[in-house]
Design a protein around this ligand. Structure first.
Ligand SMILES: C[S@@+](CC[C@H](N)C(=O)[O-])C[C@H]1O[C@@H](n2cnc3c(N)ncnc32)[C@H](O)[C@@H]1O
Length: 346
């Protein structure tokens, strides 16, 4: 669980946005989404603004609730949530066959929780790529505290246009980040370009599953709630995701929706009837507690105006995610391991 406290949460809402501008930013962010009349195309053409606003607004809530790694994980019975999150990160390192000293890229690295864990687990040097300045400033502080600041770094850039030479990295991974891409084939092509030939790219993608029915009103509502609450342009189907990996030039080594066999459902910590002291802040009761606390902090002027609205759309996101998970129409852990061929004719 995060070491971030209530005051860190309050002072961090809005990230790099001026505190008096937070409410306007929330309004602008909400307008991008279906529930507020927003269109897919508009979200895609303004993706950088939409996603950056989203992460400026929510990062301190994420850190408060989740800790340093902003992703879900499959979980064994008897395993803590934090242990399952670490194991999910180690699994990527294992699949990529990381070796000490290799140069690795983390695409859309958040505040660097997975990067620090994987770097220490595999003795690799990891570059975290992120378009959000506030998250990078948090990541740098945490890298120094973890003692990985000499071997790992952050680069502020858009994953649609990476500032790295061709054939540069020994391995690339992304965790629940390229779902934000306005054009996923173009994004995967960038990853392909910077990866050395013969080397691998591994990912955990957010996808709708084959059980999703685009004509079902309830399914549509759940999808829209997930998009609004998570700063996403449009969520693809798992099979579309697989096609995009191939279109970018990769050969797929293997792929699987890891949610399917998870003994403990990934959405359990956020489910209404579930209670846990160790993950209290993520539970429905914990979120109710946070809602009241944020309301009080905003009234007292400690948290900026608009903070409650952020809490409200995150609450919607949690409801959408739980509903999507229960109906098995959505997964945040569609895994694939893909290899860049040694040559175009290989
Ligand atoms: C759900 S967070 C996951 C963070 C991290 N992978 C983790 O698991 O902790 C998604 C991340 O993708 C980053 N991101 C979104 N769009 C991006 C873009 N166009 N270029 C670079 N990073 C981006 C966000 O800033 C955020 O850090």
């Amino acid at each position: 669980m995060s070491k971030a406290g209530t005051l860190d949460l309050a002072s961090g809402v809005g990230g790099k946005i001026e505190k008096e501008e937070v409410l306007t930013a929330v309004e602008k962010y909400e307008k991008y989404h279906v529930c507020y009349g927003g269109k897919d195309e508009e979200r895609k053409s303004n993706y950088a603004d939409m996603v950056n606003k989203y992460y400026d607004l929510v990062t301190s809530f994420y850190e408060y609730g989740w800790g340093e790694s902003f992703h879900f994980a499959p979980r064994w019975k008897g395993e803590t949530l934090q242990d399952s999150i670490k194991r999910h990160e180690h699994f990527l390192a294992l699949q990529l066959g990381l070796k000490p000293g290799q140069k690795v890229l983390d695409v859309g690295c958040g505040i660097g929780g997975p990067l620090r864990e994987i770097a220490r687990f595999s003795y690799t040097s990891i570059t975290g790529l992120n378009n959000n300045e506030y998250q990078i400033s948090r990541g740098k502080v945490l890298n120094r505290m973890a003692g990985v600041d000499r071997t790992c770094n952050f680069v502020k850039a858009d994953f649609m246009n990476m500032p790295f030479p061709d054939n540069y990295f020994d391995a690339v991974y992304e965790i629940e980040a390229t779902c934000h891409a306005p054009d996923v084939v173009a994004c995967y092509k960038e990853i392909y370009r910077v990866l050395k030939p013969g080397q691998c790219f591994a990912a955990y993608e957010w996808c709708m599953t084959d059980a999703f029915d685009p004509n079902n009103k309830e399914h549509q509502k759940i999808k829209a709630e997930i998009e609004l609450g998570n700063g996403l342009p449009d969520i693809r189907l798992t099979r579309e995701c697989l096609e995009t990996v191939k279109k970018a030039g990769f050969e797929v080594v293997w792929e699987k929706d890891l949610a399917v066999d998870s003994p403990v459902p990934w959405y359990l910590p956020m489910e209404g009837s579930h209670f846990s002291l160790s993950n209290f802040r993520l539970t429905a009761v914990g979120r109710l507690f946070t809602r009241n606390m944020v309301m009080a902090l905003e009234k007292l002027g400690i948290a900026p105006k608009g903070s409650q609205r952020v809490q409200a759309f995150l609450e919607k996101a949690a409801e959408g995610l739980v509903a999507g998970g229960k109906k098995e129409i959505f997964t945040p852990m569609y895994f694939f391991l893909a290899r860049k061929p040694l040559s175009e004719t290989e």
